[in-house]
Design a protein. Sequence first.
Lengths: 276, 105
Amino acid sequence: MPSSGEAHCQGAPQDDGIATPLAAFIVMMLIAAVAPAHAGEIPLAERRSGYDMMGRDTRAMQDDDTANPGMLWVVEGEALWRRKSGEANRACADCHGDAGQNMKGVAARYPAFDVKRGQPVDLEQRINICRGEQQKATPLPLEGRELLALTAYVARQSRGMPIESSDKRLEPFVEAGRDLFTRRQGQINMSCAQCHDDNWGKSLAGAPLPQAHPTGYPIYRLEWQSLGSLQRRLRNCIVGLRAEPYAYGSPEYVALETFLMWRARGMSMDSPAVRP
Amino acid sequence: MSALINVPAKAKRGEIITIKTLISHIMETGFRHGVTGDLIPRDIITSFVCRYNGEEIFRAELFPACAANPFITFNTVATESGTLTFTWSGDNGFSATETASIAVE
């Protein structure tokens, strides 16, 4: 069930023992005054990656390239990068050359604005667009092993680089993403921001609540026992709110991704990250 | 399928070295049901063997409780220069072999 507005979020005021309609009205006005969208936005200097909140063992697993299972996809992605594909019989490497040089920093600025489409596309979509237009190949299925592998390989080249979100053309999409991030949704009737802006660092079902910065996607999530995209992670939270998840590749997900990258601007990339 | 092996390229004779291996495998337990209610058949790696210049130095048996993409790490003594061979085998005829070389001074 999609959300109602901000003001009726907290249950009926009379539940809190307020006797008169006037008092109820005052309380509602107060809630309305306090609640607007960016109440809890995290100051830039207080931002922390999910990496900083996880245990020592999981951090060690991520840091060692021969223990980080995400690297299995990176290795596969490297092979796919060189493999000729489609009617054009061309490999990614035939145009882009050495990914270590030419893909450096690319993942750190995605989703990026696509002029032809007039909207941002994320890295997975960019790879599939390239497949269609340059390789004349069929798009790889979203969340499939091959697309994740290629994405991980490209994202790996940006490790340690700061996330960049300065393109003015992205602004309306950042705003659309912010709107989705701060909008209450689902049967639980909560917004992303209520956990990740207002209550980060506390516990949710025994696990620390992170700030939700997309520094390391695609991530190897131990719970999944697999690599997964940011969209899969977003789907996870949306299902947790008992809301209807969007279809993979939908503009809503891309807007959320665009907003999250803006929100994490300047933070260091750590793909492929390991997360609990 | 891909595997990652971490063996030190060089070691002193008699030195204890750490070997790390990681392989991609779904490790389907055989206990889960699919959307149709049917049991998803078991598909796991059941054994792992490491040989050092042909001699078996480490063996592990794996079971359905092992997570996907098994990571196995162990120590051995660097005795001589040569090749370490790693073999994983399992259900549905799964078999994978990787090698790494080590120089012992």
